[in-house]
Design a protein around this ligand. Structure first.
Ligand code: THU
Length: 128
């Protein structure tokens, strides 16, 4: 776990956040055994911004991983929780994901199921 947490904290320093000044770092442990870090990357066209979590996940998937097992998130608020889009993105690439929220005094741990109950998945479309 320490490596995952350290990576998330290291990547927070790489945030490109000149508009919000809100820096976020994330790290994932993927099914290829590797760790991948990400930071938020903003854009002058605001909606083009990508969150740290999706940067870390896209790095993992683009390197050949197919699932993530753990993700850690750290941001400039005391306990920064992933946005709704990132929760949905996590659901696509996980079966039983643990989400760690790194705070100033403790690390909180959740299952993605708790953060995104009744997730929409590809199985919903099997009924077609
Ligand atoms: N942000 C993340 O990177 N992850 C989160 O979990 C929350 C929000 C970023 C997006 C944007 O660059 C900034 O934080 C403010 O919304």
């Amino acid at each position: 776990m320490m490596k995952l947490f350290e990576l998330a904290r290291d990547y927070q320093a790489r945030a490109y956040a000149p508009y919000s000044h809100f820096r976020v770092g994330a790290a994932v442990l993927a099914d290829d055994g590797n760790y991948y870090g990400g930071c938020n990357i903003e854009n002058a066209a605001y909606p083009a911004t990508i969150c740290a979590e999706r940067v870390a996940i896209t790095k993992a998937i683009s390197e050949g991983a197919t699932k993530i097992h753990q993700i850690a998130v750290v941001g400039d608020s005391d306990y920064t929780y992933p946005c709704g889009v990132c929760r949905q993105f996590m659901a696509e690439f996980s079966d039983d994901l643990t989400v760690f929220i790194l705070g100033p005094t403790e690390v909180l741990s959740y299952r993605l199921d708790e953060l995104l109950p009744f997730a929409f998945t590809s199985e919903d479309m099997d009924e077609l």
